[in-house]
Design a protein around this ligand. Structure first.
Ligand code: PEP
Ligand code: MG
Length: 572
């Protein structure tokens, strides 16, 4: 047996075979010129690859017979592979140039995709991803390149990788995954947050994992201890199976808290809300006894596979259309049956890249994306994105109790600019006779030191505050929350973070503004006690943790909570 140590990213125990994801190789398309006599062979290879991929599509079409939506996808691919205009253009350009066929095919694919993206027509813009996908397959065949596809991960395995993207994690949520073990990652990374939301045990920051762990070896992921046990002996395996049984029994006991209000031992009430990233998680939130949704991270909607709930199953990634969004928000609001639902406007950028989004820059151009054009900065720089999202949100507002939240605010002007767009959207909807609630509260996330320091000013232009402690910690200490190398520096109890929290709570109190905390501090027992002692009464967390926080609060009094936080804050 071999034990590897890391940090606990998502508790629970998982047992399964290792599925090692190799470090991704890059597809290299050479721009080297070719000789004229190579042309016939290259052209013949192209026709062969084209025929091979067409054959695969015909087979896939056959396999999904009867499924209208999926058939449509493959029919589109089939038509693209046989499009005389596109293929004629590729062959002509190849004849006239000295470049390889894969180089020309790649160039033409990008050229056509760009034209579709800038057509101004949402349907055609969605087809840009299709053309890249299908001719990308032809290019891969020409290069004999076999990329790893996260969708091919089988059920019941433990994922072992250097790192993972949030979008891969969203796709994995649709599989049954026993655990995740990564070299990189931080506890407050989005991959960690998603693993906790999906209840997948996870250990991050495990050194040298790709060399140490053999594919298909039996692994135990101990998410609580932050350990990976490879090829355990029989006794260890039996002990862990007993632990799993004990965990199940504990989860069963916690269910008794589900329908009880969140209260301290001396009767002080709390609101425990859920953080979600997909429409389906709203149902989980309700089942776990959430008082509402405190944070809906809308960016994850557009990272998942085609989501039929959003009305578009055509391209692999759901398109960011008003209609798709309206359907998703409406379903979440309806599911929550009048309980408050705080939906955050798009927090794309940074590590959360949405390929279907039409923006005026490419994220890969940014040297330091976490400091770059992300969240409200991105949507104010591309106001059509904010406008579309606000239209969808206002249209959905009549189906429940909606609040709108703006991410990564650093100035009063940003709030004013966003409010001005919201006002325009309301005027448009009114003129179009579309029903909406005009008084939807619009609040801001306090997740930068700048926002916390000017929280007294922000309180005058906001309807509520929600403190994002993940980014607040990251930006205040200047420590990347995803980077395992600096993970020990990521300290939510750093006095600078606590002082900013304190200041924000006081600003909200002075203005009578509702305040909640939706970062990961709101779900860790030690930090929940500090926040509660500082006066926070609304906490938003992964739905799966709600009952355990209810249990924690039920055993402690307000005076005890105050004593815990003042100990932490004594140097204020
Ligand atoms: C935060 O920063 O604390 C937060 C809740 O937002 P996210 O984790 O999505 O950045
Ligand atoms: Mg944040």
């Amino acid at each position: 047996m071999n034990v590897l140590f890391g940090i606990s990213a998502s508790s629970g125990i998982g047992i399964g075979r290792a599925f090692v994801i190799p470090e991704s190789e890059k597809r290299i398309i050479s721009s080297k010129k070719i000789k004229a006599e190579e042309k016939p062979t290259q052209l013949a290879r192209f026709e062969k690859s084209l025929a091979k991929v067409t054959g695969q599509i015909v087979q896939q079409l056959e396999a999904v017979k009867g499924d209208k939506v999926q058939s449509e996808i493959f029919e589109t691919y089939f038509l693209m592979l046989n499009d005389p205009e596109f293929l004629g253009d590729v062959r002509k350009s190849f004849e006239e140039s000295n470049y390889s066929i894969e180089y020309i095919l790649n160039q033409k694919t990008e050229e056509y995709a760009d034209r579709l993206r800038s057509s101004g027509n949402a349907y055609l813009a969605e087809r840009a991803e299709d053309i890249c996908d299908i001719f990308g397959r032809v290019i891969n065949d020409l290069l004999d390149f076999h990329p790893f596809d996260i969708e091919n991960v089988p059920d019941d395995v433990v994922i072992v990788a250097k790192s993972m993207n949030p979008s891969d994690t969203v796709i994995l949520s649709k599989r049954r995954i026993a655990g995740i073990a990564l070299t990189d990652g931080g506890v407050s990374s989005h991959v960690g947050i998603l693993a906790r939301n999906y209840g997948i045990p996870a250990v991050f920051d495990v050194e040298n994992i790709l060399n140490e762990i053999k594919n298909d070896s039996l692994l135990i992921v101990d998410g609580q201890a932050g350990e990976i046990l490879q090829s355990p002996d029989e006794k260890t395996l039996a002990d862990y199976q007993k632990k799993i049984e004990a965990e199940k029994a504990h989860a069963e006991r916690l269910k008794s808290f589900r329908d009880l209000p969140a209260k301290t031992s001396d009767g002080e009430c709390f609101q425990l809300m859920a953080n979600i990233g997909t429409v389906d998680e709203a149902r989980v939130a309700l089942e776990e006894g959430a008082d509402g949704i405190g944070l809906f991270r809308t960016e994850f909607l557009f990272m998942s596979e085609a989501n039929t709930a959003m009305g578009s199953a055509h391209s692999k990634v759901a398109a960011f259309t008003e209609e798709n969004q309206f359907n998703a928000y409406r379903r979440v609001l309806e599911t929550m049956r009048g309980k408050p639902v705080t939906i955050r406007t798009l927090d794309a950028g940074g590590d959360k890249i949405i390929s279907s989004l039409e923006v005026s820059h490419s994220a890969s151009e940014e040297k330091n994306p976490l400091m770059g054009l992300r969240a409200i900065r991105l949507t104010l720089a591309n106001p059509q994105i904010l406008r579309t999202q606000l239209r969808a949100l206002y249209r959905a507002s009549v189906y429940g109790n909606l609040k709108i939240m703006l991410p990564l605010i650093t100035s009063v002007e940003q709030v004013r600019d966003a409010l001005a767009i919201a006002k325009k959207v309301r005027e448009e909807l009114k003129a179009e006779n579309i029903p909406f609630k005009a008084d939807v509260p619009i609040g801001v996330m306090v997740e930068t030191a700048a926002a916390a320091m000017i929280s007294d000013c922000l309180a005058k232009v906001s309807d509520f505050f929600s403190i994002g402690t993940n980014d607040l910690t990251q930006y205040t200490i200047g420590v990347d929350r995803e980077n395992a190398l600096v993970a020990p520096l990521y300290d939510e109890f750093h006095l600078a973070v606590l002082r900013l929290l304190h200041k924000t709570i006081k600003s909200a109190e002075a203005e009578g503004l509702p305040l909640s905390v939706c970062g990961e501090m709101a779900s860790r027992p030690e930090s929940v006690m500090v926040l509660a002692g500082m006066g926070v009464r609304t906490l938003s967390m992964s739905p799966k943790l709600i009952t355990s926080i209810k249990e924690l609060l039920s055993k402690i009094s307000v005076d005890e909570l105050k004593a815990i936080s003042s100990k932490r804050l004594n140097s204020l």
